[in-house]
Write a new protein. Structure first.
Ligand code: GLV
Ligand code: MN
Ligand code: MN
Length: 409
């Protein structure tokens, strides 16, 4: 059943463009931070589409949204989906593609009059990005029982706002319980967000695993003083220490090599003036590796460096873990299925790890899971110029449809 069904590329593109208008940035791209007014509008749009498609809509206490299409039989659904929150400089596809390709698959089945044996469900998970509220993948993490709801709701964002208050402010707190989902299988379509598929000339990725993620926030406290009169030997310079740590992170990950990456993406110093030694610095370190042992080694070296530096510079250090997830392998049979369906549709496909974090890595805790990747032009993502060709989006969505059909029979 459904072997020759194909999704509508133009309809998928139209929805991507329409959603992309919510929080649109002047030069292109989107700012739709989790639980912002733009997120509220995006949710409203997606919920309207879900209703139009005849889905049974629900939401849980974490604000995750679900559109269920009943099957011939009751029982746990085959689930797909992703997120619609973005980083502050996001593209049109990150997350949005997974949600809207799920809706496109549903509309294709509606048009063909096909009812699957198992129910199908399209999920929109709250705060995947973690750009405003850490950790990333927060909604799916709570959904699978990996973080207590109360802890998530009490989390404060970069603006000091609390998740629970922001959920209420946009009226997104639902009534379904979280923590013990019953899902038959999960598959997520996503843009690769890296250069591998494009550089290899392959259309699709069958994602085998997601690399481990470690986010730490450091706060350094020194002494502000006059930039002209304070001898170097008397300085307790929090700004210098932060920047020395950033340099160390680059040296460290280069030395470790392999898949190790490291980023200092957020840095603030105070009083942030030309002629004052900074007494305060707060910055984040994002470390990732597909091999957990190497990731742990990088974390340890960073901690040792910071302790040594603090002693030498005479500054105080506070550290806070914002996110820590081990690498996640996906279900081999699910990876095989993605590969098989891609081949059956005549597309080139390769097995690959994911460099970015995804809701699928949380769902993998409770059900067989895998992902489908489509190429990102220039390997660019978390950037307003993120782009994937309509042909590749269509290819990915058609494979998603066939994987959903196979899983739901
Ligand atoms: C979140 O999606 C991340 O990988 O940073
Ligand atoms: Mn994403
Ligand atoms: Mn992202």
């Amino acid at each position: 059943m459904g072997d020759s069904l194909t999704i509508s590329g133009p309809r998928l593109m139209a929805r991507l463009q329409t959603l992309g208008e919510i929080g649109a940035l002047p030069g292109g791209g989107v700012c739709r931070l989790a639980l912002s007014e733009e997120d509220r509008q995006g949710r409203e749009r997606v919920l309207a589409w879900m209703h139009d498609l005849g889905l049974e809509v629900s939401s849980d206490a974490m604000g995750n949204l679900f559109g269920l299409r009943p099957g011939l039989e009751a029982g746990p659904p085959v689930m797909t989906g992703s997120h619609i929150d973005t980083v502050r400089t996001g593209g049109l596809y990150d997350g949005n593609l997974g949600v809207l390709a799920g809706l496109e698959a549903i509309e294709t089945l509606n048009d063909a009059g096909i009812t699957t044996r198992r129910p199908l469900c399209v999920a929109v998970f709250t705060n995947e990005e973690g750009a405003r509220f850490a950790p990333d993948m927060m909604g799916s993490l709570v959904y699978v029982g990996g973080m207590p709801l109360e802890e998530a709701l009490a989390t404060r964002g970069i603006d000091g706002e609390r998740v629970g208050d922001c959920l209420d402010a946009i009226d997104a707190r639902g009534s379904d319980p979280v923590g013990a989902p019953d899902v038959h299988a999960f598959v997520e379509l996503h843009v690769e967000q890296g250069p591998v598929l494009e550089e290899t000339g392959v259309t699709l990725g069958a994602v085998e695993k997601v690399q481990g993620i470690s986010w730490t926030e450091f706060t350094f406290t020194g002494t502000s003083n006059h930039a002209g009169t304070t001898p170097m030997r008397l300085r307790h310079d929090a700004g210098y220490a932060a920047m020395a740590t950033a340099t160390f992170v680059r040296e460290l990950v280069t030395r470790i090599g392999g898949d190790q990456v490291g980023t200092v993406g957020s840095l603030e110093i105070a009083p942030n003036l030309v002629n004052v030694v900074a007494n305060h610095a707060r910055f984040t370190v994002d470390l990732r590796n597909t091999v957990n042992q190497q990731l742990a080694m990088a974390e340890q070296e960073l901690a040792d460096f910071v302790a040594r530096l603090a002693g030498q510079e005479g500054i105080q250090v506070e550290r806070r873990t914002l996110a820590r997830f081990d690498p996640v392998p996906f279900d081999p049979a699910m990876v095989d299925l993605v590969e098989k369906q891609a081949h059956a549709l005549g597309h080139s496909v390769m097995r690959m790890p994911s460099g970015a974090g995804h809701d699928a890595q949380m769902l993998a805790r409770v059900c067989p899971t895998s992902m489908i990747f489509v190429p990102s032009v220039g390997g660019i993502s978390h950037n307003i110029h993120e782009f994937t060709s309509p042909e590749d989006l269509e290819a990915g969505a058609n494979v998603l449809l066939q994987v959903l059909l196979a899983l739901s029979e």
